[in-house]
Design a protein around this ligand. Structure first.
Ligand SMILES: NC(=O)c1ccc[n+]([C@@H]2O[C@H](COP(=O)([O-])OP(=O)(O)OC[C@H]3O[C@@H](n4cnc5c(N)ncnc54)[C@H](OP(=O)(O)O)[C@@H]3O)[C@@H](O)[C@H]2O)c1
Length: 289
């Protein structure tokens, strides 16, 4: 399968669905009990099945997730992949950003990132310093595109004001349960301002993959798709929204790929938007800052 791209008017495009690496190799610190081989295999099997967007971060397992991605991608054609990493909020000073990016590239064993994100805003460090470093990384060819993550509309505008490049992505917690991007106006802002919203945690760590929620069950039955496939399709059916999931288990990878290449009717998208029970207005994991 070829995972299709979503394209902005600016010309930037990225795959509608990608592979996440949070909890690969550990959580906030490296977990030596995790099996590297199993995780490298999971990334490779995702690429073998058509995934090109791999998302990682400096912070994940203290850089070890990036090392696992580096190991996994070395046997593939780099130009066909879309590799994303993020810089942690305590490294947002000019020199720290440059150093962080260099170390991420080293761990990933690559010369460039397709997209580099500020992981979470840090009001204690002037955003102009950070964006100046991002502009330099771009003009030096180390990163192809600039993005942010967990940014409110206000923080996004402040960052956009001080960079000479277009910020093409905001990666945020968004799924059938967590609606902060809708309630805060961020989704509408992205749609009106030619920005892609990359929805993280699309199946809410598996919660949205279970049967038992009647509105989801009903739509699953109608389209003959599983709840996880509906939850993912609901995201990517929306203008300027793409998503990514972690899938160490091949069964999850294959199931989730079945969320692509078909379209839910508009009235069903709205039915899920309005009728999904237990919606939360603010992310419990990383709220917009
Ligand atoms: N920018 C940020 O602050 C931020 C925050 C969180 C996440 N992210 C990124 O977004 C990615 C995705 O988010 P996430 O990993 O937190 O959550 P997620 O993708 O919603 O959930 C991943 C978990 O759900 C399981 N799963 C996946 N598909 C499933 C399916 N069809 N049925 C049942 N279970 C399924 C996975 O199991 P297996 O792995 O065993 O297959 C894994 O345990 C992350 O990996 C990370 O790259 C970014």
């Amino acid at each position: 399968m070829i995972v299709s791209l979503k394209k902005l008017k600016s010309g930037f495009s990225m795959p509608v669905f990608g592979f996440g690496t949070w909890r690969m190799g550990g959580n906030h610190t490296r977990n030596p009990l995790k099996n590297d081989h199993r995780q490298i295999t999971a990334i490779r099997q995702a690429i073998d099945h058509g995934i090109t967007h791999i998302d990682t971060a400096q912070m994940y397992a203290q850089g070890h997730a990036e090392e696992l991605v580096g190991q996994a991608i070395k046997e593939f054609n780099r130009k066909k992949l879309f590799i994303v990493s993020k810089v942690w909020p305590d490294h947002l000073r000019f020199e720290d950003v440059l150093k962080s990016a260099a170390l991420s590239l080293k761990r990933l064993k690559t010369d460039y990132l397709d997209l580099y994100l500020i992981h979470i805003p840090n009001p204690a460090i002037p955003i102009s310093q950070t964006m100046k470093a991002f502009d330099k990384l771009k003009s030096d060819g180390f990163i192809k595109n600039i993005g942010v993550s967990n940014f409110s509309v206000r923080s996004f505008k402040a960052a956009q004001k001080v960079t000479e490049n277009k910020i093409v992505v905001n990666q945020v917690h968004y799924n059938l349960i967590y609606r902060e991007p809708e309630k805060s106006g961020l989704l509408e802002f992205c749609q009106k301002n030619d920005v892609l919203l990359v929805a993280w945690r699309p199946v809410e760590k598996g919660i949205l993959a279970d049967y038992g929620i009647s509105v989801l069950d009903g739509i699953s039955l109608k389209y003959k798709k599983s709840p996880a496939q509906i939850a993912l399709n609901w995201l990517i059916s929306q203008k300027n929204v793409v998503t990514l999931a972690k899938m160490e288990n091949k069964k999850h990878l294959l199931e989730n790929l079945g969320a692509l290449k078909w379209q839910m009717e508009k009235n069903d998208i709205e039915k899920l938007r309005k009728g999904f029970p237990g919606q939360k207005i603010i992310s419990d994991a990383v709220p917009l800052g």
